[in-house]
Every structure is written in structure tokens, then in C-alpha cells.
Write a new protein. Structure first.
Length: 162
């Protein structure tokens, strides 16, 4: 059984994240989308909300599940009996940070591999931060996130002054 962990903030999940999930689901027997608590990043959505949005987005994918974690990633990966970590690479700008993270994780546990997946080209400009900014200002995010995430964004930002 080959398991891969896809860790991230998912604040909230976008179609770019989903694209990576779908690609990973074709390569691995089991994919765990692991939402990091990340208090320090002051997420817009609570941990429960972020996990809930992921759960709904992946429910049609039989070998994908949603979970949360608040510990050292490599320890979480071992605990889940996974062999690898998958991360998305959008552009060169992602590379330096991702490279550092992957090598550090390898230092911490050399048995765990990190693999990178490139999303469909139309999603390379997508980020949770940009999607939130557009939604906050009342813009249309329908092409960027699943419908239920769009609804959650609208609710989160209702009452916010434009
Ligand atoms: P983090 O805070 O850990 O970077 P994110 O939720 O922002 O969490 O991203 C999780 C992973 O998904 C990262 O590897 C990031 O590069 C990747 N990612 C984010 N947006 C996209 C996208 N549009 N296409 C492909 N990968 C993406």
C-alpha cells in the first residue's frame, strides 16, 4: 500500500490544490490531504473549516481522505505509514522554499521522499491568498475554487466593507 501525504494550510482549498490531489491519486494507493494547524499564519478559516472544505472536495475520490496535523511533518508521515510527501510547484518562485523544505525533511528522516507535481497551466497563478483577496473585494472566484468553497468564502466575507 503506497500512501502519500499532501500537507498544506489549505486556507482555503483551491482548484490548484485539487489538481495536485487528483494527479497524486492516480499514482498512489492512498492520498491523505493533511491540513496544518498553522496558528502562526493566522488562517482565515479555522482548522475544522479547512478540513471540512477539503473533505467535501475529495469525497468523490475513493482513495483520498482529509485529516489535520499539528506536529513535525515527518513524524506525522511515519505515523500514517506513508512513504512520501507531495507538494505543488507553480512557478520558479515556489522552488526555493520548497527545495529547502524538502531537503530539511530528508535530513529529519531520509526514508521519506518528497515529490513535486505541476498543476494544469491555468492554475499556476492561483493561490489561496489571491483567491481570498478577490473574494473579500466581492470579485468572482467561481473558476478558481469548488462551489462549496466559493460559498464559504462569500459567507466569511459577508459584511466586510468593500
Ligand atoms: P503552505 O502554507 O504549506 O504553502 P498551501 O495550502 O498554500 O500551504 O499550499 C500547499 C501546497 O500546495 C504547496 O506545495 C503549494 O505550493 C501547493 N499549491 C498551492 N496552490 C497551488 C496551485 N494553484 N497549484 C499547484 N500547487 C499549489
Amino acid at each position: 500500500m503506497r500512501t502519500v501525504i499532501y500537507p498544506g494550510s489549505f486556507d482555503p482549498l483551491t482548484n490548484g490544490h485539487l489538481d495536485v490531489v487528483q494527479r497524486a491519486a492516480k499514482l498512489f494507493d492512498r492520498v491523505v490531504v493533511a491540513v496544518a494547524k498553522n496558528e502562526g499564519k493566522h488562517p482565515t478559516f479555522t482548522l475544522e473549516e479547512r478540513v471540512g472544505l477539503v473533505k467535501q472536495a475529495v469525497k468523490h475520490l475513493k482513495n483520498v481522505e482529509a485529516d489535520s496535523f499539528d506536529r513535525l511533518l515527518v513524524d506525522y508521515v511515519v505515523g500514517k505509514q506513508a512513504q512520501a510527501i507531495v507538494r505543488g510547484l507553480r512557478a520558479v518562485s515556489d522552488f526555493e522554499f520548497e527545495f529547502q523544505l524538502a531537503l530539511m525533511n530528508r535530513k529529519l528522516n531520509e526514508n521519506i521522499e518528497t515529490i513535486f507535481m505541476m498543476p494544469k497551466d491555468t492554475y499556476t497563478f492561483l493561490s489561496s491568498r489571491i483567491v481570498k483577496e478577490i473574494a473579500r473585494l466581492g470579485g468572482d472566484v467561481s473558476g478558481f475554487v469548488p462551489v462549496h468553497v466559493q460559498a464559504a468564502l462569500a459567507q466569511k466575507f459577508s459584511g466586510v466593507k468593500k
